[in-house]
Write a protein that binds this ligand. Structure first.
Ligand code: GYE
Length: 331
């Protein structure tokens, strides 16, 4: 009996502590009225994936600049591509009692425990850029980011159109992002579904290049050794495509001509490669999520309802479009 009632007692104590805490917080505001704005500074704990790509660097800059502009105190941690580091950072933020936690999950799975800890501590969590596969959607307030399946599909649809009159097999190699990451899983899915429209289009090899230039170069070197006829490269981001350019040139082939290259992101270096005709097509993925993230942080801190999913707007680029867009490209 004791053991059964203990958790309930603990829950009741916790509830009253939270209630008192809530009343005290209201008392700090100007009007003291329920639902009024808390005039204290918002502190956000942010756990970033790492610094693996041009996209990521632009994303980090956007978050830091927007926090400063919004008057939000930012605690920032670079997880160096490791989930364990992200979990550690989130636990630190819970201990420090930040007002809001935001993070870009390096992989999709394995977040339920730490998200539950944040929820139990009453700290709202915002997912940004990448999502998690948790079945319990109450573990986070919202997910702000791109539709990665759509990006893959747009890349695939462009290829289907380009190769519609191909009479024989078109051999495609794929450079995936880091294993288990939402953009890697989803871009692969969208691309695969789109190219299924033409049975001539075949993915002959697909390997992770971890979203880095070094990874893209190394894996492309292996592909070039293993497969004498490669017609198309689909790289899940610009950086891997840029790394692959070196491998392709070193193998005596002309990128953009001998091998059609499709990437995702549209960061400046990628757009330059596209304008130069080394890449052939890019599906855009915007890293400039900072302003919307800070806006959401303010709203969830005030207890306002926010949409469960906020999608980033994006477009696609051909060589001609890249030439036009490049001068005004911010990242
Ligand atoms: O495409 C890639 C980065 O999660 C959307 O991560 C992001 C991806 C982006 O490393 O360049």
């Amino acid at each position: 009996m004791r053991t059964q009632s203990a958790p309930w007692r603990a829950a009741a104590v916790l509830a009253s502590v939270l209630l008192v805490g809530g009343v005290a917080a209201c008392g700090n505001s100007d009007t003291g009225g329920g639902g009024s704005k808390d005039d204290g500074k918002i502190t956000m704990g942010f756990s970033q994936v790492g610094a693996e790509s041009g996209w990521r660097t632009a994303n980090t800059t956007s978050i830091k600049e927007s926090a400063a502009a919004a008057g939000i105190e930012l605690k920032f941690d670079d997880a160096q591509q490791k989930q364990e580091n992200q979990i550690k950072a989130i636990r630190n933020y819970i201990q420090q009692k930040v007002d809001v936690i935001a993070f870009s999950p390096v992989v999709e799975s394995g977040w339920d425990t730490v998200l539950k800890e944040a929820k139990d501590a009453g700290i709202p969590v915002i997912l940004t850029d990448r999502s998690v596969d948790s079945a319990d959607k109450t573990l986070y307030k919202t997910f702000l980011g791109s539709d990665f399946v759509k990006e893959g599909r747009l890349a695939g649809e462009w290829l289907v159109e380009q190769k519609k009159s191909a009479s024989g097999p078109v051999n495609i190699v794929e450079l995936q992002g880091n294993t288990g990451a939402a953009p890697a899983n989803d871009r692969k899915k969208g691309f695969g579904e789109a190219i299924a429209a033409n049975p001539n289009l075949k993915i002959i090899a697909s390997q992770p290049g971890d979203f880095t230039r070094a990874g893209g170069k190394q894996v492309m070197e292996q592909f070039l050794k293993a497969y004498p006829k490669i017609d198309v490269l689909f790289a899940h981001n610009d950086d891997m495509g840029l790394g692959a350019l070196e491998a392709i040139t070193a193998a005596g082939k002309t990128p953009g001509k001998d091998i059609t290259i499709i990437t995702v992101d549209a960061v400046k270096d990628g757009m330059q490669a596209l304008a130069d005709g080394k890449f052939n097509f890019i599906a855009e993925c915007s890293p400039l999520l900072g302003p919307q993230l800070m806006d959401l942080a303010k709203k969830v801190h005030e207890g306002q309802e926010v949409p469960a999913r906020i999608e980033t707007e994006e477009t696609t680029f051909t060589t001609e479009q890249a030439k036009e867009a490049l001068p005004n490209r911010k990242y």
